[in-house]
Design a protein around this ligand. Structure first.
Ligand SMILES: [Fe+2]
Length: 287
């Protein structure tokens, strides 16, 4: 089955959110939504999420799922905001527990911060499947960028989150806590083992030298032939060396500190204080 895929590009964080629709009905899933956040002022904005909600409502869609490919470090998830308005179950990888444990320590969270993934409606494991109306989705565990990363294979389309990017840009970084370039290489082999004509939808795009337009859709065949990091038969050792050297030069994403604190809670802000005010922490010299 060939799902209808509508993409929403967020300029501020280079994130692509997707609405994936059962072609034979009105069911859909929303993948990797964005809650706009201005770090300088500490203000959230729902413009990006509202655009998705408006689309879903205009098309008369029923939201079955709000899927996260992983705990994002560069944008806040709008899943709870969207869920409140149009429903859907929030799903993420079962290994979220590892991520919650790691960042629960980094942010010195108290025992009220559960590290069991219970903030989410569904925890997926490798090999799980789920339905969007008549459309079937299958779950691949594809860690490396983070321990909990999933690829959702829905009909002929694979939503790969931060694993592969467009062929001319390459792959995702592996230097966050719990990341591993060797693991990412193995995960990418799983994605490349899908049928060549499988459509691949990436989680981010940053253009690439010589390319003027943003792009987010490619295929397994194109990735195998042309991905600058893993295509053309590049082997594991070449990839690991390239990835580790490159990661050592990368700055932290601008929104990593707020993103982790919110996304490890399934997109909820930390609990309000006794006056009802909400604060995020900045751990000094810890990341
Ligand atoms: Fe990411």
């Amino acid at each position: 089955m060939k799902p209808d895929v509508k993409a929403f590009f967020d300029d501020a964080t280079n994130t692509i959110s997707y609405v994936v629709r059962d072609p034979q009905g009105s069911s859909c899933a929303i993948i990797d939504s964005v809650l706009d956040f201005d770090y300088a002022s500490g203000r959230t904005d729902t413009r990006s999420a509202d655009a998705i909600i408006a689309y879903v409502q205009a098309e008369g869609l029923t939201v079955e799922w709000l899927l996260e490919s992983h705990v994002h470090a560069d944008h806040l998830s709008a899943a709870p905001y969207i869920q409140e308005r149009v429903g859907g179950k929030i799903g993420i990888g079962d290994r979220i527990k590892v991520v919650q444990d790691t960042f629960g320590k980094v942010f010195n969270e108290g025992t009220e911060f559960q590290r069991d993934g219970s903030q989410f409606d569904k925890l997926f494991q490798e090999g799980d499947s789920f339905m969007i109306g008549q459309l079937r989705g299958d779950v691949l565990h594809t860690p490396g960028h983070t321990p909990a990363c999933l690829t959702y294979v829905i009909g002929d389309a694979a939503f790969v989150g931060d694993t592969l990017f467009m062929p001319d840009f390459g792959t995702a970084r592996c230097d966050f806590p719990g990341g591993s370039s060797e693991t990412l290489y193995q995960s990418i082999q799983k994605i490349l083992a899908l049928p060549e004509e499988t459509r691949i939808f990436v989680g981010h795009d940053y253009k690439a030298p010589g390319r003027d337009e943003y792009a987010w859709e490619t295929t397994v065949g194109e990735q195998k032939a042309r991905n600058i990091h893993v295509g053309e038969g590049k082997d594991r050792d070449q990839f690991v060396k390239m990835r580790d050297e490159r990661d050592a030069t990368l700055a932290m994403p601008k929104l990593i500190i707020p993103s982790l604190q919110v996304n490890m809670r399934a997109g909820q802000m930390p609990p309000a204080d006794e006056k009802g005010d909400v604060f995020l922490k900045v751990p000094v010299n810890k990341l």
